[in-house]
Design a protein around this ligand. Structure first.
Ligand code: KMH
Ligand code: ZN
Length: 310
């Protein structure tokens, strides 16, 4: 529980702009290509996001690890906002480790995601519920149904951690399930990960923990128990509507950081498509206002980022 003094501590609000999982055929509002991703990021920052979490996509929405494209996205965002830049190293299903790491050099982000475990990762598990697709490349994604694995073995975790350290980029730890918290503790104990650490609970991926409040609380409690003083913060990114906002509401009330965005949730209300990331950010800020949590400014993360530069 937050103490009396930190009850009004600012919450870091991350906007996950486009991701690598949602198909453009699922929503016409998914930012695709450099210009749209940059514009969506700047608009989300103007709406109040502290951090922009970014993946690369080509103009037709195809996930991309092209260093030139990632560098252009980063340059555009840097030119338009002082929001903290968080680059995915999760990438998108099927990317190699080299592709997933490409953004660290290309985009020179402040933060990169550090995914903590190997898991089943099913985006479209049920044949009868497959979306109709507009682009040929999307069909190939649907064909991975039933075979989805997100590979993050221990050797790769050590490799990714070294890549972060060498470049002075701060990691954001992504825990999709309980065991990932134990893995984080192991990595701290062996010296692979050095505190302070920001941990994010990613809830609702089929193959990981579900996106209920009860699960969020169980994982938060486990993280506090197992990682305790190594943690600078715990955040929540819950997928889908309404759990993105319900977990945010409870998480904010408990002193946590939050994440919203079209990467995780494409609806602003039941059955209503979100037209932009900025709309999702504004909705999250409304919740934060109601429960009395201010939103962190990018500068509030300066000391965390600085700790990783040295
Ligand atoms: N797409 C999310 C479920 C990453 O980019 O490295 C998880 C995520 C991880 O955002
Ligand atoms: Zn992501």
């Amino acid at each position: 529980m937050p103490t009396r003094e930190d009850r009004y501590r600012p919450s870091v609000l991350t906007a996950a702009i486009t991701g690598g999982d949602v198909l453009p055929s699922q929503t016409p509002h998914l930012p695709c290509g450099v210009e749209e991703i940059v514009a969506a990021g700047i608009a989300a920052a103007e709406a109040g996001a502290t951090v922009l979490h970014v993946h690369g996509r080509e103009d037709d929405g195809r996930p991309s690890a092209d260093p030139g494209l990632l560098a252009e996205i980063a340059a555009g965002i840097r030119a338009g906002t002082d929001a903290v830049l968080n680059m995915s190293t999760g990438g998108s299903p099927g990317m190699t480790e080299e592709e997933r790491l490409a953004g660290l050099d290309a985009a020179e982000p402040d933060i990169g995601t550090f995914n903590l475990g190997t898991m089943n990762y099913e985006l479209f598990p049920t044949a009868g519920r497959m979306p109709e697709v507009r682009h040929e490349w999307e069909r190939a994604i649907l064909e991975t149904s039933g075979k989805g694995i997100f590979a993050n073995p221990l050797g790769s975790l050590r490799r990714f951690a070294a890549a972060f350290r060498e470049r002075g980029i701060a990691p954001e730890l992504e825990a999709y399930d309980m065991g990932h918290i134990t893995m984080a503790r192991f990595l701290v104990e062996e010296g692979t990960l050095v505190p302070p650490l920001r941990l994010q609970l990613v809830l609702g991926v089929l193959g990981g923990a579900t996106n209920t409040i009860e699960t969020m609380l169980a994982m938060r409690d486990a993280a506090e128990r197992e990682l305790g003083g190594a943690l600078a913060s715990i955040g929540v990114a819950a997928t889908g509507f309404p759990m993105e906002f319900r977990c945010a509401a409870v998480g904010l009330s408990l002193g946590m950081d939050i994440r919203v965005g079209l990467e995780d949730n494409i609806r602003i209300a039941r059955g209503v498509a979100a037209e932009s990331n900025a709309d999702l950010v504004r909705a999250a800020i409304t919740i934060a206002d109601v429960v009395g949590r201010p939103i962190a400014a990018p500068g509030d993360l300066a000391s965390y980022l600085e700790a990783w530069k040295s």
